[in-house]
Design a protein around this ligand. Sequence first.
Ligand code: NAP
Length: 237
Amino acid sequence: MNIMITGATSGIGKALACQYSASGHKVIACGRNLDKLDALQSENDNIHPLCFDLTEFDTYPELNDDNQLDLLILNAGDCEYVDNPLHFDAKMFERVININLISIGYALEKWLRHIKPGGRLVVVSSSAGLLPLPRAEAYGASKAALTYLTQTLAATLKQNHVNVTVVLPGFVDTPLTERNTFSMPMIVTVEEATKQIITGIENGKSEISFPKVFIFIMKCLRLLPSGLWQRLATRMK
Ligand SMILES: NC(=O)c1ccc[n+]([C@@H]2O[C@H](COP(=O)([O-])OP(=O)(O)OC[C@H]3O[C@@H](n4cnc5c(N)ncnc54)[C@H](OP(=O)(O)O)[C@@H]3O)[C@@H](O)[C@H]2O)c1
């Protein structure tokens, strides 16, 4: 398969790139750090690196017609928390929305038409978008919107023979979560996350969410009356 992955220099994206390349697939690995991309390419076969910043539309490489994709995995993202909502940090909000949401729009404009008929778009969102979580005003908002966007595309792209999958991970042990100072219930290894994502893609799932118990609890909490959830969320903070 011809596979393009964003955020391939770290965490989930890097693990997916290594797994797919080890299985003999051609992987177009996107990142913004040349040293990390060089290391990825030297340690793995079948890696074709592309170095650019996903938040800068004008730097996106054009794909030529030989580069039709079986799989486009939009995985890159970042997380920053709101510590004091009374002193709302608009620049931080903009950074998070730009990489987690706006850059997805850029990638769709540039690359969606390069997915082969019968191919698949995979968007890595987050279970954080399922519930209004304390401190996640920026991250959660970006991921809730991203899940909405992806689920809408799943319906509208059917007529174009493009399959769509949204990925909703719970906590995964990566450099992104290493920065967290709070406890992360049911956190899984990056290997387990990668296994879930690759198996879900192979099985043609439209939603890949894990770990199952964590997602079940999040989806149950979503059914609570908003006043009750707000009281619980205040205690969590
Ligand atoms: N880890 C979790 O618990 C968790 C849970 C739910 C959802 N997710 C989602 O999973 C995805 C991957 O997260 P991760 O945990 O693997 O994080 P990670 O280890 O921090 O990797 C993030 C990747 O995105 C790239 N990236 C960030 N901003 C970029 C930009 N402006 N231009 C180009 N590349 C950029 C990073 O590049 P650099 O190497 O240059 O920084 C890195 O390759 C994210 O969308 C995240 O929101 C993660």
